[in-house]
Ligand binder design. Structure first.
Ligand code: SAM
Ligand code: SF4
Length: 334
């Protein structure tokens, strides 16, 4: 039987179990809430972590207790040879949960490979079922290909979580149709508060917080019932009687879930974030490229994890650059 790695706890008693790894900052969409229309300034290719560097880091983190890795970006499938890289990650001892977050534009043809790799769940970003609004929000007319991915994933028996960012003036009329998908489909539709990490696209405000989202859904689905969340989960969960799927609401800007957060993030250029709201607490790429031994890298990772902010508000206060919209979610990885 494989021996489980000892779990590392942070300075607030939270376990380190979950890595979100941004494999690129490049993207084929230009979502309004993530970046400006002209896109963000991509980091030069040589400044992105190589697959070899990422594999080494994941191996070291697995030794510290990380068992779950989610690939994100940018759009993971715009990076060449993603599937062979995933095959390498899947073989790392201790990693027992490999998943990804995708916009679904390029994903459908890779679904059989994901299935073969043992990927059990995929998060698919989908903010509207209306083609015109999809094109307005993402600035690309790609809804049909995203829906192809949704159905290909379901047909392959891969669990789908749909991520929908809730934006006043953009997709409020879509909340009920998106929630309505759960009637027939076994999907978890998760509504996410809009965060201000949009690369300067627009000024951050939060007209639709988690409470307003829930009340809006409850007005249309009076049977909406709260259910228990798994440890470390960021979503509040709900079911609707008679529906095959479920609903989640993620208070990403209100930050109600920090007390159980078990995740760290690596940006595409190798910055370690121990909180979504910090500005990067360790330059891992500099360590790797400076020739640091595994022991030195592990000590640096441990130290960063043991100096974690208590919550997203503390992490935000500690940022050298306070303006959150200075960053794009495409660089952070979501
Ligand atoms: N490109 C992939 C995708 O869109 O699924 C993966 C990267 S994307 C940055 C990861 C997640 O972050 C997506 O579900 C996206 O909707 C979410 N996201 C991006 N910008 C956001 C923002 N400003 N507020 C809330 N969620 C955001
Ligand atoms: Fe690309 Fe995802 Fe950002 Fe949309 S949310 S622009 S798909 S990285």
């Amino acid at each position: 039987m494989p021996v489980a790695s000892p779990v590392l706890f942070d300075n607030h008693g939270r376990p380190l179990e979950y890595l979100r790894l941004a494999v690129t900052d490049r993207c084929n969409l230009r979502c309004f809430y993530c970046m400006p229309a002209e896109g963000i300034e991509y980091v030069p290719k040589q400044e992105l972590l190589s697959y070899e560097e990422m594999e080494r880091l994941v191996t070291l983190l697995a030794g510290l207790g990380v068992r779950k890795v989610r690939l994100t970006g940018g759009e993971p499938f715009v990076r060449r040879d993603l599937v062979p890289f995933m095959e390498r990650l899947a073989r790392i001892p201790g990693i027992d949960d490999l998943s990804l977050t995708t916009n679904g534009v390029l994903t459908a043809p890779y679904v059989p490979a994901l299935k073969q790799l043992g990927v059990k769940a995929v998060n698919l970003s989908l903010d509207t079922l209306d083609r015109t609004r999809f094109a307005r929000i993402t600035r690309r007319d790609e809804l049909p290909r995203v829906l192809d991915t949704l159905y290909a994933l379901l047909e392959a028996g891969i669990t789908v979580k749909i991520n929908a960012v809730v934006m006043g003036g953009q997709n409020i009329e879509d909340l009920v149709p998106l929630a309505g998908l759960t009637r027939e489909l076994p999907v978890d539709v998760r509504f996410i508060e809009e965060m201000p990490f949009n690369g300067g696209s627009h000024a951050p405000t939060l007209p639709w917080n988690h409470v307003r989202i829930r009340e809006h859904l409850q007005a249309h689905f009076p049977g909406l019932m709260p259910t228990a969340a798994a440890p470390g989960d960021t979503a509040s969960h709900y079911t609707i009687p008679g529906h095959a799927g479920s609903i989640g609401i993620i208070a990403a800007f209100s930050r109600t879930f920090c007390g159980t957060c078990n995740r760290i993030r690596l940006t595409a250029e190798g910055g370690l974030k121990t909180c979504l709201y910090d500005q990067g607490v360790l330059d891992v790429r500099a360590l790797l490229r400076g020739g640091a031994s595994d022991e030195v890298v592990v000590e640096a990772l441990k130290s960063a994890f043991r100096h974690r902010a208590a919550d997203g508000f503390e992490a935000e206060r500690q940022r050298p650059v306070h303006q959150l919209s200075f960053e794009s979610m495409s660089t952070i990885g979501g």
